[in-house]
Design a binder for this molecule. Structure first.
Ligand SMILES: C[S@@+](CC[C@H](N)C(=O)[O-])C[C@H]1O[C@@H](n2cnc3c(N)ncnc32)[C@H](O)[C@@H]1O
Length: 213
């Protein structure tokens, strides 16, 4: 397993500057999905190639992985995918100041780093402030997809998300548009590994609650 990157270290506070959405995508009117901790973007490449009616953004704190993703993107003719290097929390902080629009219809956090020790829990990506910031750029009723193969982390994230009162669990997973667009159907790199090791995969889909418009 790779050494995790401490998102709170000074070294990891730098992020790419964020262009306006209409400078990123050929058709900025399409709904946008953000994948947080996208690694080298394999999950997003599959989504972007299969769903031309969505735009996809990936943010990743490990520079080598995002360079790999950006190089692969240059070789391909894909105009609905964009990668941003940096700490997702800093990306959101900058984003809400620069572009206070609710540009996301959906977001995913797949297999985030677990940070097992209690004293390291503050390094976990899902924190109340992080969810508040994320919700500010998510439109009404937009979806948040969460997956993990670490039960303790999954319970922790569910409890932070439920306590935030910003999102509620989607009980009926047969939502109309999930049939045409469902990122949870695509296996991420960590998910393929977890399946190969027969690990249990925990997943929940959340919907942003309407009162936080
Ligand atoms: C266990 S990997 C999972 C990668 C991918 N989502 C998957 O399912 O295969 C977690 C990823 O999140 C990235 N990450 C961790 N903290 C982050 C942060 N604060 N901002 C952006 N990326 C982060 C890590 O560098 C790593 O690539």
């Amino acid at each position: 397993m790779r050494q995790h990157v401490n998102p709170l270290s000074k070294y990891f506070q730098e992020i790419d500057s964020i262009p306006k959405i209409d400078q990123i995508f050929k058709n900025s009117a399409l709904p946008t999905h953000l994948d947080i901790g996208c690694a080298s973007g394999e999950f997003l490449f599959q989504l972007a190639e299969n769903n031309k009616n969505w735009n996809y953004l990936g943010v990743e704190i490990r520079e080598k992985l995002i360079i790999k993703a950006k190089n692969k993107l240059k070789e391909k003719n894909i105009d609905n995918l964009y990668f941003i290097f940096g700490n997702a929390d800093n990306l959101l902080k900058n984003w809400i100041v620069q572009y206070p629009d609710k540009i996301l219809e959906s977001a995913s956090i797949n297999f985030p780093d677990p940070w097992f020790k209690k004293k390291h829990h503050k390094r976990r990506i899902i924190q109340t402030d992080f969810l508040n910031r994320l919700s500010l750029i998510m439109s009404n009723k937009s979806l948040l997809f969460l997956k993990s193969d670490v039960e303790e982390l999954y319970q922790y994230m569910n409890s932070v998300i439920s306590n935030s009162l910003i999102f509620e669990k989607v009980k009926n997973k047969n939502l109309n548009y999930l049939e045409t667009f469902n990122p949870s159907k695509i296996k991420t790199e960590r998910e393929k590994y977890a399946i190969s090791k027969q690990l249990t995969i925990y997943e929940t889909i959340y919907k942003k609650i309407i009162m936080f418009n």
